[in-house]
Design a protein around this ligand. Structure first.
Ligand code: F6R
Length: 619
């Protein structure tokens, strides 16, 4: 769970390598932010600065002790795994002979064996990290006469676990060499300069041309050349692609927090995810479809695997896909799926949902599914990510980079993508005619405007959150597609405002949770449209039940729903939405705003909640 940046340029040494790397680290800080460091390769050799804490601490250190102008630089923003967050454990790590500087994302599982070998060679590590062990081994191979590329190949073959490694060699200022296995790394292709990043946000301000690296690959960068090989040195090409993220997408754009900015980007995220999905004759398209149509027609079960917020998007997918396609859909947390011997075969379609495309639990689940013969379709936001690469088909959510740790616009884009998938399958399998699908798509294209309407009432939701600054517990209730929205509302509040929050299926209330209700307990109720009278009346009864027990009730209800308003202390109105299945796209937005505001009022860091990182790349 770390961010990595690398840069190499042509010409005389300059301050640019350090600048590029620091800027890239700022963009990748969401990947981890307990320490940061940079190494530059200058005329006089390697120079390193690293500090525990936020990137700001590193910047202060660099102001006090500037690094020399350089040819190349590597940088790292860390989320500790081996060894706690401290200056000495921060990356880059330098080999005992001072020849190699190395940054690493991942975990080296055979680290102890490698450490024992070093101790036999008389080398004592100064940090508690697995990375330092690798740096020493790399320098021993260089000392034995191998080139940096050869040394990296040889070492990578010995390493077990997941890693992205990026190294500088003091004796070789014209190159950076990096290796990847089960951990992200993308190359940015410039003119007379080249870049490396854990994702494209690291270098998108400099180049929009990028190169995706396959599994178990090593890349050697000079200012003018990019050479890719496998761990045995056999040449490979990688896959070039153009980055469609704008540089402005990665900065706050006038909002107080990335989370606020990203909530406001939800309408665009929906519109972009929908853009260009239909062929001239009106058929739906996914982005990267490598599963044959006859295989998709023969699918008899879908299992959605994901974690956290992405899993709640999966719950919405279940309601939509089962209703439109009449295929049974299960939704499972990826880490539970992986280790319970699930019944999957070649007739099962596994749908993996992930914003980052790097969540290790989800990655392990899809690998397991593929080993059992299932096809995997990924709904992913990050191009070039491992889950996208390792799936049989990809449907990208074009939400742009999501920097705040708490997922907002990506969740909304994931739900949109799930609807697209449901409609695609419904048409392909003959459950819906093209014109029926077109009607649903038409409704979907109205959703950005409806979300805008919800955002217009933002200040009322913020005022509500301010009035609840002292709440210690909040409940969320929903039925049907309102249930995953309730779960998501509770998750957002837990992770941002650090208060007890729980989401329930409203029908479950009477089976236990109602005992929690006491005087003034805030209870959010996600009310379905009155145009579904059976569902609506049940939820309104639940609203009455909690109100009768003294709860402070907040209804998220469709405009004009007088029945819900009767039993609510506060109503947050959302626009009329058809079909009901699409209501989560509007009902979740006030809950995201509420959580963000409550965290702000309580003085917490909205974008970087404690104990959490944006991308969870360990199991
Ligand atoms: C919560 C949140 C997490 C992620 C989860 C999966 O706001 O963001 O629960 O949804 O860690 O991450 P991705 O989607 O990157 O696989």
């Amino acid at each position: 769970m770390c961010g990595i940046v690398g840069y190499i340029g042509a010409g005389n040494p300059s301050s640019k390598p350090e600048e590029v790397v620091l800027e890239g680290l700022a963009r990748l800080e969401y990947r981890g932010y307990d320490s940061a460091g940079v190494a530059v390769l200058a005329m006089a050799g390697l120079a390193v600065a690293k500090k525990a804490g936020r990137l700001e601490n590193l910047r202060e250190e660099l102001e006090e002790h500037p690094l020399p102008h350089s040819f190349a630089a590597i940088g790292h923003t860390r989320w500790a795994t081996h060894g706690g967050p401290s200056d000495v454990n921060a990356h880059p790590h330098v080999s005992a002979d001072g020849r190699v500087a190395l940054v690493h994302n991942g975990i080296i599982e055979n680290y102890q064996k490698l450490a024992d070998e070093l101790s036999a060679a008389g080398i004592t590590p100064i940090s508690q990290t697995d990375t330092e062990i690798v740096a020493h081994h790399l320098s021993l191979l260089l000392a034995a006469g191998l080139s940096l590329l050869e040394a990296m190949c040889q070492l990578a073959r010995r390493l077990e676990g997941s890693f992205t490694l990026v190294a500088l060699d003091r004796e070789s200022p014209e190159e950076i060499v990096a290796a990847r296995r089960n951990s992200p790394l993308v190359v940015g292709l410039g003119e007379g300069e080249n870049f490396l990043g854990s994702d494209v946000a690291a270098f998108v301000g400099y180049t929009k041309r990028a190169l995706e690296l396959g599994q178990d690959r090593i890349v050697r960068l000079s200012p003018t050349k990019v050479e890719v090989v496998d761990f045995f040195g056999t040449p490979d090409s990688g896959r070039e692609f153009d980055v469609d993220w704008d540089i402005n997408a990665a900065v706050k754009g006038g909002y107080a927090t990335f989370m606020d900015k990203e909530i406001h980007e939800s309408p665009t995220a929906v519109a972009e995810t929908l853009r260009g999905r239909t062929t001239l004759d009106g058929h739906l398209m996914l982005d990267d479809m490598r599963i044959r149509e006859d295989v998709l027609r023969s699918v008899d079960k879908i299992i959605v695997v994901a974690c956290g917020t992405a899993a709640y998007a999966g719950h919405v997918a279940k309601y939509a896909i089962e209703h439109w396609c009449r295929i049974p859909v299960e939704v499972e947390l990826a880490h539970e799926f992986r280790y319970r011997d699930p019944v999957v075969n070649e007739k099962t379609l596994v749908v993996a949902i992930s914003q980052s495309g790097e969540t290790m639990d989800t990655l392990m689940a899809i690998r397991h599914a593929r080993e059992q013969g299932s096809r995997v379709l990924a709904i992913v936001n990050t191009h070039g990510s491992t889950i996208a690469r390792e799936s049989d088909a990809v449907l990208y959510t074009h939400a742009g980079p999501e920097v705040a740790v708490a997922s907002t616009k990506a969740f909304i884009a994931q739900i949109t993508a799930c609807y697209i998938l449901g409609l695609y399958l419904a048409e392909l399998r003959g459950n819906k005619f093209v014109d029926e699908v077109a009607t649903y798509l038409d409704e979907l294209t109205k959703m950005p405007g409806r979300i805008e309407e919800v955002l217009e009432a933002e200040e009322e939701v913020r005022a509500l959150a301010q009035s609840m600054a002292d709440a210690t517990s909040v409940l969320f209730l929903g039925r049907h597609v309102g249930f995953p929205v309730a779960l998501e509302g509770a998750l957002k509040l837990k992770e941002l405002a650090y208060i007890h929050a729980e989401g329930f299926a409203a029908g479950e209330l009477k089976h236990g949770p109602i005992a929690l209700v006491e005087e003034n307990l805030p209870v959010f109720v996600i009310v379905p449209t009155p145009r579904r009278p059976l569902l609506h009346s049940k939820v309104v009864s639940n609203l009455q039940e909690v109100r009768a027990r003294g709860a402070r009730t907040i209804a998220i209800a469709e405009e004009g729903d007088e029945e819900a308003a009767k039993f609510a202390d506060t109503v947050i109105w959302v626009p009329r939405t058809t079909p009901t299945l699409m209501m989560p796209l509007v009902t979740v937005v006030p809950l995201q705003i509420f959580a963000s505001e409550l965290a702000r009022v309580k003085g917490y860091d909205v974008d970087k909640p404690r104990n959490l990182a944006k991308s969870v790349t360990v199991e």
